[in-house]
Design a protein around this ligand. Structure first.
Ligand code: SF4
Length: 492
């Protein structure tokens, strides 16, 4: 698997917020996607959109509840179509299946269309170590492969790069003159990759969906690379998570309406490819072998957890990333692994283990925007709260997300708020401190005395580092309430 840096979220996000180029990229692309999504919903009307979302959710609930049945059906139909279905329990096993196929078929060159699961498995280094030349052919993936980076968004993997960054990268890695014209850069990538499609023995793809009733792998893309990867080489391997199975072609129609609109605001993507088995004897082209690898790699534990099972409904549209106030500020790399944003904050702890990703469920304001935009109505905030509860209740101190000092402060706060006498004394004491603050040489208060610019305690000073804290009110609710009683009942 690729290096897991999920435990470095705080430091990485602080760094990301200091990066002006990243901030510009996030502002531009995140809001652009969301406006396009909203326009697409307006076009079909919000009522119809909500009906589609409910249909999709019902399909996902049903499929995940009967996953064993649909995986069996898929197995039968992939085999009947002349393909081979492999189950991999973890990343090592999945990589070994691909490596075995490549080794025994003397594969020298492999082309890949976009696959987040292959990023999750860390497949490229495994093949490269065997001497196979691997080429990412989705333009965004190709850029980050050249840059030796990882994707920062589910739909737009190179979202964090400006056109100037890409021009510099192409000049350095491809030995061409610096040229920041986007069309010229796309044409360069096309020319380089066109030869690779012709040379490749093996094509590797992900899958947006796999249809159980026909054994069909479905990929939706905006570049023709997906079709070239899956049809030009003599072997095609599709790799995907086992939760991507859906029952029927009719169900597929529902998801094909939702996914492109939620991801990029398109009514439909440029290419919708449906692949059922290898080439038939009377086909003019297509691969001689078709393999589908279904990966578990922690998904069974998600399935077994009633509270978190819902995360398996995700169709990786990226809408929750584009709307999330945390993702919009820190970008994808801060999350430290393959799946960023609100859904990543749920999925990563389940796949890499909660102790390694205990900070991620805290990376949310719980505003609920992710749940509002999700085409499958996935209740991400509820799952984040569940994961927070799991970390808070862990018997192992090192697995808890909050440091000891914060936990003591939270306990003191709870004690204070549940004791009116203590609360009154604390407020009186706070007011004395506040009035003394006015006379301090560098007053921490604003001129009008209504806001604290720099709070003293470490926990509060974190808050005032990026925003002001309101001072204590002139009259508390208790005082107003008591005053109201002594003034007598009010006329309505
Ligand atoms: S959780 Fe929902 S909004 Fe987020 S990527 Fe998955 S399907 Fe899209």
């Amino acid at each position: 698997m690729p290096e897991i840096k999920t435990q470095e979220f705080s430091a990485a996000s602080a760094q990301a917020m200091q990066n002006p180029q990243l901030q510009r990229a996030l502002d531009r692309v995140g809001s652009g996607f969301d406006v396009a999504r909203l326009n697409a919903i307006e076009e079909v009307t919000p009522e119809v959109w909500d009906q589609w979302r409910q249909e999709a959710r019902d399909i996902k609930v049903h499929t995940i509840e009967h996953l064993d049945y649909y995986l069996d059906l898929l197995h039968t139909n992939v085999t009947a179509a002349g393909g081979q279905l492999h189950f991999a329990k973890d990343a090592d096993q999945a990589n070994e299946i691909v490596a075995h196929i490549a080794r025994t078929r003397s594969v020298k060159v492999a082309t890949k269309s976009k696959s987040m699961v292959s990023e999750e498995l860390g497949l490229n280094p495994v093949l490269e170590a065997m001497g196979v030349d691997v080429y990412e052919t989705d333009l965004g993936e190709y850029i980050i492969q050249l840059a030796e980076e990882t994707p920062s968004h589910l739909v737009a993997p190179a979202l964090h790069k400006s056109k100037e960054d890409v021009a510099e990268l192409f000049a350095e890695k491809l030995g061409i003159p610096y040229d920041e014209d986007i069309y010229h850069m796309a044409a360069t990538a096309r020319t380089v990759l066109r030869d690779k499609f012709m040379e490749a023995d093996l094509g590797i793809s992900g899958a947006n969906f796999v249809v159980a009733e026909t054994g069909t792998l479905v990929i939706i893309t905006n570049e023709g690379n997906g079709r070239l990867c899956t049809s030009a080489p003599r072997i095609h391997i599709g790799i995907t998570g086992m939760e991507k199975v859906i029952p029927s072609m009719q169900d597929l129609a529902t998801f094909l309406r939702l996914l492109p609109r939620s991801a990029t605001g398109q009514r439909i993507t440029s290419y919708v490819s449906m692949i059922t088995g290898p080439r038939r004897s009377d086909d003019e082209d297509g691969p001689e072998e078709f393999h589908l690898i279904l990966v578990d790699n922690g998904r069974s534990s998600m399935l077994a957890d009633q509270a978190l099972r819902e995360a398996l409904y995700c169709i990786r549209c990226g809408a929750c990333l584009n709307i999330c106030p945390v993702y919009q500020r820190v970008g994808g790399h801060a999350y430290g692994w393959v799946y960023p944003g609100p859904i990543g904050a749920v999925v990563s702890p389940m796949l890499v283990g909660l102790p390694k990703a205990k900070e991620l469920p805290q990376a949310s304001s719980l505003c609920g925007a992710c749940r509002e935009v999700c085409p499958i109505k996935i209740d991400i905030p509820r799952m984040l709260l569940d994961l927070r509860k799991k970390t808070a209740e862990s018997p192992d101190d090192s697995q808890r997300s909050a440091p000891q000092s914060e936990r003591i402060i939270a306990k003191l706060y709870a004690r204070l708020m549940s004791s009116p006498g203590l609360l009154r004394s604390a407020i009186r004491f706070g007011r004395i401190l506040q009035s003394l603050g006015k006379f301090a040489p560098f007053s921490p208060l604003t001129k009008d005395g209504n806001w604290i610019r720099k709070a003293p305690l470490p926990l509060l000073s974190k808050w005032t580092r990026s925003r002001d804290l309101p001072t204590l009110p002139k009259q508390t609710f208790h005082e107003l309430w008591e005053q109201g009683i002594s003034d007598g009942p009010r006329d309505e």
